[in-house]
Ligand binder design. Structure first.
Ligand code: CUA
Length: 179
């Protein structure tokens, strides 16, 4: 069979399939199923993907909640921009704002305590990346992403923006303290 001499039997799907070919189709299909079910399995047992909840929110509402937290629990300020460092009580709802090109405020958490971390963007899409833990969450304006976190190691973590957001993207870095 070739293009110069086309096959006599043109209705190819009515021709018998070779045993070996059937075997490969079965193997490939079984592997597809394995990979498909790995997705939910790995989400639960892989210990790497955080389950987050997402709600609609307006920037103004979110900012109000964040400002209330900052007003109550600020313990000091850092950097030339005087970014507040907030030490909320264990178990609290905590708020983090992403905007061009900063994270606000700086959070100081207690080791072994569980918090509800709310994140949103004020303007464009940003990416919350906590290093070196490598926790990554998309941050979208108009949406409040809520992640239940229990920091299990003390230290100073870096927060980076990992979604390109313009000329100051590389400067959009912050810290998170766990004590
Ligand atoms: Cu924000 Cu990149």
């Amino acid at each position: 069979m070739s293009a110069i001499q086309p096959p006599a039997q043109r209705v190819w799907w009515k021709q018998p399939v070779h045993k070996e070919e059937i075997l490969w189709i079965v193997i490939a299909f079984a592997w597809c199923l394995v990979m498909f079910f790995m997705m939910p399995y790995w989400h639960v047992y892989g210990k790497q993907n955080l389950s987050s909840e997402t709600y609609r929110v307006t920037p103004a509402l979110f900012q109000k909640a964040a400002e209330e937290m900052v007003a109550k629990y600020t313990v000091r300020t850092e950097t030339d921009e005087k970014i507040p460092v907030v030490h909320p009580p264990a178990g609290a709802d905590i708020y983090l704002i992403a905007r061009l090109w900063a994270w606000w405020p700086i959070l100081e958490l207690e080791q072994g305590k569980t918090y509800r971390l709310h994140v949103t963007a004020m303007d464009y899409q940003h990416g919350f990346s906590l290093q070196p833990e490598n926790i990554n969450v998309q941050v979208l304006p108009g949406y409040e992403h809520v992640i239940t976190v229990t920091p299990n190691r003390a230290g100073t973590y870096s927060i980076l923006c990992n979604e390109f957001c313009g000329i100051g993207h590389h400067k959009m870095v912050s810290k998170l303290y766990v004590k």
